[in-house]
Ligand binder design. Structure first.
Ligand SMILES: Nc1ncnc2c1ncn2[C@@H]1O[C@H](COP(=O)(O)OP(=O)(O)OP(=O)(O)O)[C@@H](O)[C@H]1O
Ligand SMILES: [Mg+2]
Length: 436
């Protein structure tokens, strides 16, 4: 969980009105990828408020539950059923079955109950029902249904047995995520974002962070939490103007400065998560020395320098990676974190880069003899006192190559200088509340 920001900006209120009326324009099924789909071939009218939702609750194939059914599913919201808690409210583990509703197929679920006193309200709850209810993709958490009875607002999701990426990266001491798993998770999450950006009216997710990337029993990663999702720019529009919302450390600097939202804001968030997976540190960590508080500011300049990078890399992945692939991933993170949005790749390009790297790391892992089924550790290069870096090999020369021909920085310095204030400073300055 991270601290959220929400900055109301008067000059954007007009555009904001426009944006909320745009929200009736839900993407319809189009050529957006083999794997994903929206549920209907017709334009689905998104209810603007709960009253409208109740009048026409035909939202995709979502099940509508009574509060009594939710109680049965969660054993009366028993504390030992709690999976976690976020800005929206408490998340319970539950089971939908014949006992809850005659004939219902037994299904494990996660049930999120909106806290009426919490940071989010009907608007975010509806956004989740609308977006997740209509979009289906293997890398988006499936919304099974909802309950909207009286003041109760609940969301029922497929159960993600392995919990959040945040838990595995930062909260678990043992059984750290292997390098190979990290890469696969990054690719899965990239596919989820690329799908959202690729629909006819692109959707910007706006809250890409480790606690919103959930893992199923096989560690397939899926995006959850669509409360902040918005329809992005279409046609001639270059951006949509909106309230600045998101989470400290993840929001793109230009978005925080201007309120101008584009799909490239999500790409920045993706870069932050990729960096967190590489370094094994949180995007914001006030327990570190002050120059290391903001992970991007501290670590990004080191990403294209193999020796410096291995010194700050997550020690839990030491020896598991190919130096060549590591540097390619690090360079991808570097580009996604460009201060200039146009210097960032689009998500389909991110997939093009990541996909072969994941395949190569998987092949490498398969080549190593398995002894006892433990996690595979590959030592590419001997570590002698003189040779601290595991990248002293062909891979390092390749990684360092571009530096010699002046292309190491992956973007012109001028572009980098466009926003020279720290994103974190901006968030702190401009934030008027700590809520969503
Ligand atoms: N579908 C799910 N399956 C399993 N666990 C879930 C599911 N959805 C949420 N959780 C658990 O509940 C926790 C809280 O989730 P929630 O999305 O409410 O908050 P958050 O992501 O931690 O914070 P934020 O409110 O800033 O998004 C998650 O970290 C996760 O461990
Ligand atoms: Mg969340």
């Amino acid at each position: 969980m991270g601290s959220c920001l929400s900055v109301e900006e008067d000059e954007h209120s007009q555009s904001r009105k426009k944006l909320s009326s745009n929200r009736t324009d839900t993407p319809r099924d189009s050529t957006h990828g083999k794997e994903g789909s929206v549920n209907s071939n017709t334009v689905v009218i998104i209810p603007k408020n709960v009253k409208d939702l109740r009048k026409g609750p035909g939202n995709g194939d979502l099940d509508i539950f009574t509060y009594e059914e939710m109680k049965l599913a969660t054993k009366h919201f028993r504390p030992d059923q709690v999976l976690g808690e976020g800005g929206f409210g408490i998340v319970y583990k539950g089971v939908l079955d014949d006992n809850m509703r005659p004939g219902y197929k037994t299904t494990q679920v996660a049930i999120k109950e909106l806290d009426p006193e919490g940071l989010q309200g009907d608007r975010e709850w509806l956004a989740e029902v609308n977006y997740l209810g209509q979009l289906r993709h293997p890398n988006l958490v499936k919304l099974i249904g909802y309950c909207c009875e009286g003041d109760h607002r609940l969301l029922v999701y497929e159960y993600m047995a392995s919990g959040s990426l945040e838990k595995h990266l930062f909260l678990r001491v043992r059984a750290a995520l292997t390098w190979q798993k990290r890469l696969t998770i990054a690719l899965d999450a990239a596919k989820g974002l690329a799908f959202l950006h690729g629909v006819e009216k692109p959707i910007i997710y706006r809250d890409f962070k480790t606690s919103n990337i959930l893992l199923d029993v096989d560690f397939n990663a899926k995006l959850s939490d669509f409360g902040l999702a918005r329809v992005g720019p279409t046609g001639d529009q270059t951006h949509v103007s909106t309230r600045v919302m998101g989470t400290y450390g993840y929001a793109a600097p230009e978005y925080v400065m201007t309120g101008h939202l584009t799909a490239r804001s999500d790409v920045y968030g993706f870069g932050v998560v990729l960096l967190e997976m590489l370094i094994g540190r949180r995007a914001m960590d006030k327990s570190r020395p002050s120059r290391e508080h903001n992970l991007v500011e501290w670590a990004r300049p080191l990403l294209n320098h193999s020796k410096k990078l291995v010194r700050i890399l997550d020690p839990r992945i030491e020896g598991q990676y190919s130096g060549r692939i590591l540097m390619k991933v690090a360079n991808l993170a570097y580009q996604c974190l460009s201060q200039n949005p146009k210097g960032r790749p689009v998500m389909s390009q991110v997939i093009e880069i990541l996909e072969p790297l994941v395949a190569q790391e998987t092949d490498r892992e398969d080549l190593v003899p398995q002894n006892g089924g433990g996690s595979v550790t590959l030592y590419e290069v001997r570590k002698t006192p003189k040779e601290q870096s595991p990248l002293k090999s062909e891979s390092e020369r390749e990684a360092q190559g571009p530096a010699k021909n002046g292309r190491s920085k992956s973007e012109p310095p001028k572009e980098c200088d466009r926003y020279d204030q720290s994103p974190d400073d901006l968030l702190l300055e401009r934030s008027t509340s700590d809520g969503h």
